[in-house]
Design a binder for this molecule. Structure first.
Ligand SMILES: NC(=O)c1ccc[n+]([C@@H]2O[C@H](COP(=O)([O-])OP(=O)(O)OC[C@H]3O[C@@H](n4cnc5c(N)ncnc54)[C@H](O)[C@@H]3O)[C@@H](O)[C@H]2O)c1
Length: 253
């Protein structure tokens, strides 16, 4: 028996990095996983890898900044699997910019993906969860949600807003037995993060040493966040809502 047997779970940005880790673990534990993302090539590769490992997955091309795409994503998931029980709002972008470097366009782009896209996905997923009689939503946050680094200004503010979105919906949707939680993945060295660090002049050796200096002695990996999501999406967590689960290896903060 898998820990999420019989569940149908959408993972946005589920074909790369942390999202791919989440999709893979959920499928291994018995869920039908609907991978939502913009790149058909990466989506198809993730779907195939999960199927070859014996899991169930479906890729649906989705740009979460477009409400029609989010509506169609939910419709497709329900057409294919008959219900929707969970959603992981993982898709996000994290370009670096301080207050003064942040143009109006960059602010809008960051908010459209990291906050408005989550709003669209929740808006269209919740009615299906209500029909099913229960649901679980996990929003992927960041250590930057609380205060944030100066060069991640708009990103930090958007992820901070995501905490309020999480708590507001947890409260509003409790009577529908739809739980909403927040997972903070820490510092995960995904392909995107390696690219960004390279632009800041940080090579592999620098990244490795920075990991060794972290309180628990290493960076986080996609599976760290994936197993936190697995718990929150499973019935093991059916009395947990409105919570923040920090998976950032930092100890007390
Ligand atoms: N890597 C880290 O250290 C770290 C730390 C804390 C939080 N996070 C968060 O984890 C999540 C995943 O990040 P990652 O490091 O795996 O990076 P990533 O770039 O590999 O993953 C992000 C995914 O979101 C997708 N995406 C972006 N915009 C989209 C859109 N408009 N519509 C659909 N999909 C879209 C991307 O194509 C990609 O597949 C993000 O929300 C990020 O903010 C990452």
């Amino acid at each position: 028996m898998g820990r999420v047997d019989g569940k149908v779970i959408i993972v946005t940005g589920g074909a790369t990095g942390i999202g791919l880790g989440i999709s893979t673990v959920l499928a291994k534990e018995g869920a039908s996983v609907v991978i939502a993302g913009r790149s058909a090539a990466r989506g198809a590769a993730a779907e195939q890898a999960i199927r070859e490992a014996g899991g169930e997955a479906l890729y649906v091309r989705t740009d979460i900044t477009c409400e029609d795409d989010c509506r169609a994503l939910v419709t497709r998931a329900v057409e294919r699997y008959g219900k929707l029980t969970g959603m992981v709002n993982n898709a996000g972008i994290f370009p670096r910019a301080t207050l003064e470097d942040t143009t109006s366009e960059l602010w809008d782009e960051i908010f459209a993906t990291n906050l408005k896209g989550v709003f669209f996905c929740c808006k269209h997923a919740v009615p299906e969860m209500r029909k099913h009689g229960a649901g679980s939503i996990v929003n992927i946050g960041s250590a930057n949600s609380y205060i944030g680094l100066p060069h991640l200004f708009a990103y930090s503010v958007a992820k901070g807003g995501l905490i309020t979105l999480t708590r507001n919906l947890a409260n509003a949707l409790a009577p529908d037995r739809v739980r909403v939680n927040f997972v903070n993945p820490g510092w995960v060295i995904t392909e995107m993060e390696i690219e960004i660090q390279a632009k800041e002049g940080h090579d592999a050796a620098w990244i490795e040493e920075a990991g060794r200096r972290m309180p628990l002695g290493r960076h986080q990996v996609p599976d760290d966040a994936a197993y936190a999501c697995l718990y929150l999406l499973s019935d093991e967590a059916n009395q947990v809502s409105g919570d923040i689960l920090n998976v950032d290896g930092r100890g007390l903060r």
